[in-house]
Each structure stands twice: as structure tokens, then as C-alpha cells.
Write a protein that binds this ligand. Structure first.
Ligand code: EPU
Length: 432
């Protein structure tokens, strides 16, 4: 296994290009199952989660090729509708295969996803929505057996305790486009990944109104056709560079990201005193050299609120921002696995219920730390870049699930970061 070694203290400066969004790609790949014709997907990042999604589609019978960098072609001519446990357990997002299988195959057998390190992640809202449109669902032997022969469009309210559900909305959309009648999804998620999926479905022949709003109206059609779709840029990757520039006091141009994807982060940065300009439609210019950030309070919310997927990175920044900040997690109240590792680097953070009370310090010190999930890994990289001394990060396979070449991109910006085989770690640091 590989590890990252970071020598902290370098200021990030220069230009970085954002890759395609992993979280947009996963439903887009699933949507290829809605037609027997070829679908071409462009701007796909090179990530283990994408290769894994391709493997699942192949296991269902689709022909999946990666004919050029970032370009995939999926032809789902003859497919089966069973997604086995061995595959689903490796990636929760594979639950979004249910929608297209219900739409196209009028039923499916998909393994129930298991636990998740960032906290409970139920799929009750997906199932409630499918039942509302007339699917019969039984759960047995760890599998969800869905019979959608009598499915019919109707009103579905998709809101839950924590607001809207992103994958649940994608799932219902993909089922509804091939379900007879009109489906109205209320309290639908409007994270940018959902309008992106809608745009692709419309290109395939789907009839959808209200794109980008919390109320989607879908009129089912008999069949869909192939298309070419370019996925949107990764707003979380872009946000990670914005925070990195602020933490190291550098000036960074982040290319390929429209500012409206990151309105809540830009607002927080400005409140913290770090200017973030938008010189053109898809570029951000972070002037981290202008001022060291001041403390701010952050509450995560569904889009357009502050994204939970940037909460860990923000905690890293605020741990190094002298003064008191409070970060409250309203989407996954237990998503604080990065905190004990940041504490190993000298951060002063107390967890009180769903909030992290951060007493920001002047310095963090490099240490051997352990990545626990994708965004926690990114937070540790940022902390390592800004800390004094050397940080070693283990279990970086979490990072490779969702960030394309993050270490290369930070190196281009001037960071002293390298990927090494774990055997290169100093004696005594390696986990058992
Ligand atoms: N929820 C329910 N019932 C459901 C579905 C969700 O109670 O049936 C709750 C969840 O437990 C959570 C909230 O609703 O508290 C929001 O969950 P949502 O369904 O929106 O999350 P998701 O679709 O499973 C996606 C991203 C996550 C991101 C969340 C929130 C993908 C593949 N995953 O998950 O990304 O944190 O939306 O924005 O798109 C990541 O990239 O690191 C990541 C975890």
C-alpha cells in the first residue's frame, strides 16, 4: 500500500485544473442502463470508484470501454437486473442502480448496502419513493427484491429528517423517466449533480420539468436513446484547493469551476477575510496571501448551503485559524473522524453533539496520521501542507476513490508532497 509524505510549510501558488465530479459520474454511469444504445460519457476522472462502477455495469451485462482518457462508452444491450452483495458492499453509491433497473427492467434484486464510516446512511426515502410509485418491495436475505410491473407516476415527497436526498432523488428520477404517467418529486435534492443527471436524461429523450429546483415533474416515456454527455466539474475538489490556498497563504487560480457551485464556501471565505474572485465564468482566484483567515462558524446544509463534503477540510483550516470557530454538521452528525487525527497534529477541537468547537491555534505539527474516509483524507492532506514538519498519511486508498491525482496537483502548486510505498515509512510509524 502507498502512503503520502508531506513536508509542511510550502505556500501554494499557481493554477490548478479541476477534474470531473465523481459524485456526478456515479448516477450518470447508472443511467446508461436506461437504454440499449451506446452512451458516451466525457470528463470522467480516473478514480477507483469509477473503475469499480464500470465493473458493476459489466457484471450486469453491459459493454463498458474506456477508449480515451476521461472518455467512457457504455452499451447496455442485454442486461440482467441483479446486483450482488460482493459488488454493492464495496461502494454504497451502487444503490443508484435500482432506479434505472426499475425503469428499464421493471424490477431488480439489489443487495442492501451496509454500514458506513461517516455514520448511518439509510435508504428508507428511496424505498418510500419507489413504493409510492407502485413498486412492491420485499427485503430478504440482505437483498431488496423490487417488482415494478404495476409502477405508475404519482406525487412523491422525498424530504427526510436531514433534508433532501441526493442519491434518492437520482434513483427516483431514473425510475420515473421510463414509468408510465407523471411523477412529481417534491423536496427533491438540487445539488449540481442532479441537474447534471437531468440534462443527460433529457438528451436521452426523457421529459423532465423543474430542473435545478426542489420540485421535479417527470412524464414517463416508452424508451430512451443513446447520447454523449460531459459530466460537470468537481465542486468538492475545487473547494479543497480554495481552502488549501487560504491555509497556506498562497494565491491560487482554480480553473474549470463556476462560482455558483461553491457560493456557500466563497461566502465563508469572504467572512473569514480571504478574497475569492471570479474573473470569468469558470475560474476562481483565491488571494490567500491577502490575509490570514479569521475564525468563522459553519453549518452544513443541503445545496446551496455549505456542503458536508467540505466540512472536514474546513475543520482543518479553522484548527489553524487562531480564535474560536464552531462547525456544525447537519447532514451526517457523526462525520468527525478527521478530528482525532487533527488532534494528533496539535489541533484543539472538542466534539459537542453534532458540533466541533475549534480553538484555532497558530501552528499544527506534522505527525503520522490515518485516513478514515475520502474527505477526512483530504483534510489531513491540507493539515499536513500547512503544518510544521513532516506528516505521513496512511490508508490513502480512501483519497484515491474520489480525488484524481490530488498529490500531483498539489505538487504543481508548490507543495512538498510525495507518494511512497509504505515500506519507506520510518520504523515504528507503520500501523500493525
Ligand atoms: N437519508 C435518509 N434516508 C435516505 C437517504 C438519506 O435519512 O433514504 C439521510 C442521510 O442519512 C443523510 C441525508 O439524508 O443524513 C443526506 O443523504 P443523501 O442521500 O443526500 O446522501 P447520498 O446521496 O447517499 C451523496 C454523496 C455524498 C454526500 C451526500 C450529501 C454520492 C455518491 N455521495 O450521498 O458524498 O456527502 O450526498 O451531499 O453522491 C463523498 O463524496 O465523500 C460523499 C460521502
Amino acid at each position: 500500500m502507498d502512503v503520502l509524505r508531506i513536508q509542511g510549510g510550502a505556500t501554494l501558488n499557481g493554477t490548478v485544473q479541476v477534474s470531473g465530479a465523481k459524485n456526478a459520474c456515479l448516477p450518470v454511469f447508472a443511467a446508461t442502463l436506461l437504454t440499449a444504445e451506446p452512451v458516451i460519457i466525457e470528463n470522467v476522472p480516473d478514480l477507483s470508484d469509477i473503475r469499480f462502477m464500470a465493473e458493476i455495469l459489466r457484471s450486469l451485462g453491459a459493454d463498458v470501454t474506456n477508449d480515451a482518457p476521461g472518455r467512457w462508452c457504455v452499451t447496455a444491450k442485454n442486461i440482467v437486473s441483479k446486483a450482488p452483495y460482493e459488488l454493492v458492499r464495496k461502494m454504497r453509491a451502487s444503490v443508484c442502480l435500482m432506479g434505472p433497473l426499475i425503469g428499464r427492467m421493471k424490477g431488480c434484486d439489489v443487495s442492501m448496502p451496509g454500514g458506513c464510516v461517516i455514520g448511518p446512511r439509510p435508504i428508507d426515502l428511496h424505498l418510500k419513493g419507489f413504493r409510492k410509485i407502485g413498486c412492491e418491495i420485499t427485503v430478504e436475505g440482505g437483498y431488496m427484491h423490487v417488482d415494478a410491473t404495476n409502477a405508475k407516476g404519482t406525487h412523491v415527497f422525498l424530504g427526510g429528517r436531514f433534508g433532501s436526498t441526493v442519491t434518492g432523488t437520482a434513483n427516483l428520477l431514473m425510475a420515473a423517466v421510463l414509468t408510465p404517467g407523471t411523477t412529481r418529486l417534491e423536496s427533491a435534492a438540487c445539488e449540481p449533480e442532479i441537474p447534471d443527471l437531468c440534462e443527460m436524461l433529457i438528451k436521452m429523450g426523457a421529459r423532465i420539468w423543474g430542473v435545478g429546483s426542489h420540485s421535479l415533474v417527470i412524464e414517463g416515456v416508452k424508451s430512451l436513446h443513446g447520447c454523449t454527455h460531459r459530466v460537470i466539474p468537481d465542486r468538492i475538489e475545487a473547494g479543497t484547493y480554495v481552502i488549501g490556498a487560504a491555509m497556506t497563504g498562497g494565491d491560487v487560480v482554480v480553473r474549470g469551476i463556476p462560482s455558483h457551485y461553491l457560493g456557500a464556501l466563497i461566502d465563508k471565505m469572504e467572512l473569514a477575510g480571504v478574497p475569492v474572485e471570479s474573473p470569468n465564468a469558470d475560474t476562481l482566484f483565491v488571494r490567500g496571501s491577502a490575509r490570514k483567515p479569521a475564525p468563522v462558524d459553519v453549518v452544513t446544509m443541503p445545496h446551496p448551503g455549505f456542503p458536508t463534503d467540505l466540512q472536514a477540510q474546513m475543520c482543518a483550516m479553522l484548527a489553524l485559524t487562531p480564535g474560536l470557530s464552531i462547525v456544525t454538521e447537519k447532514i451526517y452528525p457523526n462525520r468527525f473522524m478527521h478530528v482525532p487525527e487533527l488532534q494528533r497534529m496539535g489541533a484543539d477541537i472538542a466534539i459537542e453533539g453534532p458540533s466541533a468547537i475549534i480553538n484555532g491555534r497558530n501552528r499544527l505539527s506534522g505527525a503520522p496520521v490515518m485516513a478514515s474516509d475520502l474527505r477526512a483524507s483530504a483534510a489531513l492532506v491540507l493539515a499536513g501542507l500547512a503544518a510544521d514538519g513532516e506528516t505521513w498519511i496512511q490508508r490513502i486508498y480512501h483519497l484515491d476513490r474520489g480525488y484524481e491525482k490530488l498529490d500531483d496537483k498539489f505538487r504543481q502548486l508548490g507543495a512538498n508532497i510525495e507518494r511512497l510505498h509504505e515500506s519507506k515509512m520510518p520504523k515504528g510509524m507503520l500501523e500493525d
